[in-house]
Write a protein that binds this ligand. Structure first.
Ligand code: SAM
Ligand code: SF4
Length: 334
């Protein structure tokens, strides 16, 4: 009998999967991708049906939360088909939560459909409220369009958390205004340290890297930040911004290791299961499913969780300025 719960060698229950449904994106954020990217051939992608099979087999092994990410998940063709099918499991009580991380570019037209399908929360990535800087960071993004999407998501009743990556000398001094604005809008917010994933062309990680201890010190000049014990399945540590009453999270993979409470694994759009965002070891679920059917898939998942490592080894320094792992964030999903 397969187990009902996945428990890794360090005693951590793994009940949360992040699924990158596509590596493609309509933006080219400077910390995530090079401007001219070669994407995976479409023939290598798992079909939406196969992605659903992977999700359902994880659910049979105890997965309670699924986050869809990418690339930009909402640009994958017919993605609503998968979202509706997984959302029906939320409605039936078989899945606690289905969430999506998105750049917001499609929300102006998709927000209502998402709610209808059973999605209740979104993480929306937005690094600055300055339109020119937004363009500089995303290269191809349009801030007005994203703000329109945010408004549509709010109107549709979705709970929204903003994600902002802190970039030295770029949006460093925009973050205070974002915290204030998020408070006005009723959004929580998380600030993320840039992680060394994938070759990003001419950009250099040392130039981008801004420790969040510095960000917090700067924000503390303007806001009263009180530590709170709020815990999510994610890796953020939270404070309350007393002036707005909203939560502000800090994700600090480089200055504070969050691995000890890790409850998640990641599946790519080609069916590779990564047991850790910061390590290369993976299991080929596509092969397991295609050769061994659902039994083979489940065995491969169980075997891989038995190899989940204790943690990652991210470092950004002058001696190791670039990628700790070769794959880009859009492949594994954030
Ligand atoms: N396209 C969607 C979006 O931007 O929200 C989902 C995928 S994106 C890879 C997920 C998250 O990872 C985003 O919040 C993004 O800012 C973050 N991210 C991408 N590359 C990163 C990096 N090298 N270091 C830290 N965060 C990164
Ligand atoms: Fe696209 Fe998200 Fe990566 Fe930006 S962070 S390039 S929006 S996948």
């Amino acid at each position: 009998m397969p187990p009902k719960t996945l428990i890794d060698p360090f005693g951590r229950t793994v009940d949360y999967i992040r699924v990158s449904v596509t590596d493609r994106c309509d933006f080219r954020c400077v910390y995530c991708m090079a401007e001219h990217m070669t994407f995976l051939p479409k023939a290598e992608l798992l079909s939406l049906e196969e992605l659903e099979q992977v999700c359902r087999n994880f659910m049979a092994l105890g997965t309670r939360k699924i986050r869809l990410t990418g690339g930009e998940p909402l640009v994958r063709r017919n993605i609503m088909h998968l979202i509706r099918n997984l959302g029906s499991e939320v409605k039936a009580g078989n899945l606690e939560e289905l969430t999506i991380t998105t750049n917001g570019s499609q929300l102006h037209k998709m927000a209502d459909e998402l709610v209808d399908a059973g999605v209740k929360r979104l993480n929306i990535s937005i690094d600055t409220l300055d339109p020119d800087r937004f363009r500089e960071i995303t290269r191809w993004g349009d801030l007005d369009n994203v703000l329109e999407g945010l408004e549509a998501a709010k109107r549709a009743g979705l709970a929204i958390k903003l994600n902002a990556v802190a970039l030295k000398g770029v949006n460093e001094f925009d973050l205070g205004n974002m915290v204030a604005w998020a408070g006005d809008q009723g959004f929580d917010m998380t600030i993320i340290e840039v992680m060394p994933m994938g070759d990003i062309g001419n950009e250099n990680r040392v130039d981008q890297y801004l420790p969040l201890s510095q960000v917090r010190a700067e924000l503390s000049k303007r806001f009263t930040l009180t530590d709170n014990n709020f815990q999510t399945p994610g890796p953020a540590r939270y404070v309350t911004v007393e002036e707005t009453g909203r939560r502000l999270g800090f994700i600090t993979p480089l200055t504070h290791n969050f691995c000890e409470s890790c409850n998640r694994v990641r599946v790519t759009c080609t069916g590779q299961l990564y047991m850790c965002l910061g390590q290369d070891d993976n299991a080929d679920l596509a092969k397991a499913l295609r050769n061994g059917g659902e039994d083979g898939l489940r065995d491969a998942i169980i075997e891989a969780i038995g190899r989940k490592p204790k943690g990652h080894d991210f470092v950004i320094s002058r001696r190791a300025p670039n990628a700790a792992v070769a794959r880009h964030m859009n492949v594994t999903g954030g």
